[in-house]
Design a protein. Structure first.
Length: 97
C-alpha cells in the first residue's frame, strides 16, 4: 500500500510541476495532466485509503473524454454557485483544461 501511496504522490508532484511548466509555455495540458485534474475533481469528497484507491484506478483506466470533463466541471463546487454568464465562462475555462 505504501508503494501505491508513493507512486500517487509522485504522480501528483509531477502533475503540479508539469502544470506550472505548461502554464509558462501556454501549451495545452498533456493527457495525463487532464486525467489528474478530472480524477482530483471527482475524488474531492474521498479521504485516506479510499481516495488513494480511487485515484489509482481513475488514473489507470479512464480515458479522458469530453463527457468526463463535463461531469467533473459540473461537480466542481464553484460551478454549483455560479449562474448565467459567470457559469458559462467558468465551464468554458474548465473544459479547456
Amino acid at each position: 500500500m505504501s508503494k501505491l501511496v508513493s507512486l500517487l504522490a509522485l504522480g501528483v508532484a509531477l502533475s503540479f510541476g508539469a502544470t506550472a511548466h505548461a502554464a509558462d509555455d501556454k501549451a495545452a495540458p498533456t493527457k495525463q495532466q487532464s486525467k489528474m485534474t478530472i480524477c482530483n475533481m471527482e475524488a474531492g469528497h474521498l479521504k485516506g485509503d479510499q481516495r488513494t484507491a480511487f485515484m489509482s484506478d481513475c488514473l489507470k483506466d479512464k480515458p479522458v473524454t469530453q463527457q468526463d470533463r463535463m461531469k467533473a466541471c459540473n461537480a466542481h463546487e464553484k460551478a454549483k454557485t455560479l449562474k448565467g454568464d459567470e457559469r458559462k465562462a467558468f465551464m468554458s475555462e474548465c473544459l479547456k483544461k
